[in-house]
Design a protein around this ligand. Structure first.
Ligand code: NAD
Length: 357
């Protein structure tokens, strides 16, 4: 039987509670679809600081590198708020992404039918559903380019540089094309090619690669238009591929359209199949340990892991379908509760998804 080695980074706050539910669902999927999972737990964030003095111990990096995939809860909390820079829990998160060479961030923004009322857009704009995937370049561009401050003729100035090499664009575009192939076959590449030279190279590269993916329909949009189209008619989008800074903004915009922070998963991918999967929300210290956190974003992160790292597509589909079924049956954690539905706890939500599976 195929066995996958998964490193669990439960982290802080609600991290352990929500990861436990995701493991419950992954074990159910393993039984149903005929594979086995071997788990190794490793420390990150505040929990790692308390145990070892640093947010990302080398043992954690080693465990992740030796795995088929990594599932992360969340890091951070009041206890460590006084720490600065590389001592902070969040430094563990940036560190593990860098150590694993994760350059592509996939963030789906999906509205589930039963949760449509959480969407801030008018029902006629959303229609039956919305299902968008933002593929954001994560380790290049203006956040990593040359920067500085200088004084020119007595005037203080500062600069940051948007820099992309062709291989950097090629590898993120490849992830986007492959993602589009696994979804609706439609790709929007976002740039500012009317103004920026780096965007012109971006657009040329995407166009060159399009020849190798004839099944994918490719469109180009300027970032300003994309931001507008996302609220005007989000249904037109399937996969969007963006630079680091444009994706930072668009993925947050898209997640707000989806409405509920407790529902949104994410994946960070590198050159190989190893990926890091995590909910987009934080450690929610305000509700930690009370069995009220929504575990669905983490459970949906497991579905992404099965699809993008482990190639267990049937199991991925089945978990997503089970989440939909549970919502259709009116079960809700407190954050997505509305009148007429049934409020249940973190544990019970994990049980319900496992049962639906
Ligand atoms: P947060 O996402 O943790 O919480 C924002 C709000 O959403 C809170 O009211 C919280 O209770 C609620 N919420 C979040 N996830 C939920 C869930 N699954 N179910 C129900 N409600 C949920 O963001 P924050 O409050 O800005 O940050 C809290 C801590 O998390 C900070 O230490 C921050 O640095 C850290 N953080 C970590 C990550 C990460 O690990 N990837 C991301 C963002 C923030």
């Amino acid at each position: 039987m195929k066995t996958y080695n998964i490193t669990l980074l439960k982290g802080d706050g609600i991290g352990p509670e929500i990861v436990d539910q995701a493991v419950k669902v992954l074990n159910t999927a393993a039984n149903k679809f005929g594979f086995a999972v071997h788990y190794t737990e490793a420390l990150i964030g505040g929990a790692a600081i308390d145990a070892t003095g640093e947010p990302l111990p080398q043992a954690t990096v080693d465990s992740c590198l030796a795995s088929d995939s990594v599932l992360l809860g969340a890091v951070g909390g009041y206890k460590w708020d006084g720490l600065t820079g590389k001592q902070r829990p969040e430094a563990g998160l940036l560190g593990i992404r860098a150590a694993l060479g994760l350059f592509a961030n996939l963030r789906p923004a999906k509205i589930y039918g039963p949760l449509k009322s959480a969407c801030p857009l008018r029902p006629d704009i959303i229609g039956d559903s919305m299902d968008i995937m933002v593929v954001r370049e994560l380790t290049g561009g203006i956040y990593f380019g040359e920067r500085g401050r200088k004084t020119v003729d007595g005037v203080e100035a500062a600069y940051d540089t948007e820099y992309y090499s062709k291989p950097e664009i090629t590898r993120i575009a490849k992830v986007a094309f492959e993602t589009a192939m696994k979804r609706g076959g439609k790709l929007h590449s976002i740039d500012k090619a009317n103004v920026l030279e780096s965007s012109r190279l971006w657009r040329e590269t995407v166009n060159e690669m399009a020849a190798s993916y004839p099944q994918v329909e490719v469109n180009h949009l300027y970032i300003d238009n994309a931001a507008m189209q996302l609220v005007r008619d989000p249904k037109q989008f399937d996969v969007l591929v963006t630079s680091n800074i444009f994706g930072d903004i668009l993925s947050d915009e898209a997640s707000q359209i989806a409405g509920s922070i407790g529902m949104l998963a994410s994946a960070s991918l590198g050159e190989g199949s190893l990926g890091l999967y995590e909910p987009i929300h934080g450690s929610a210290p305000d509700i930690a340990g009370r069995n009220i956190a929504n575990p669905l974003a983490t459970i949906l992160s497991v579905a992404m892991m099965l699809r993008y790292s482990l190639d267990e597509l049937e199991a991925a589909d089945a978990i997503e379908k089970a989440v939909e079924t549970v919502l259709e049956n009116g079960l809700r954690t407190a954050d997505i509760y509305t009148e007429g539905t049934q409020k249940i706890g973190t544990d019970a939500m994990g049980d319900a998804v496992a049962a639906a599976l």
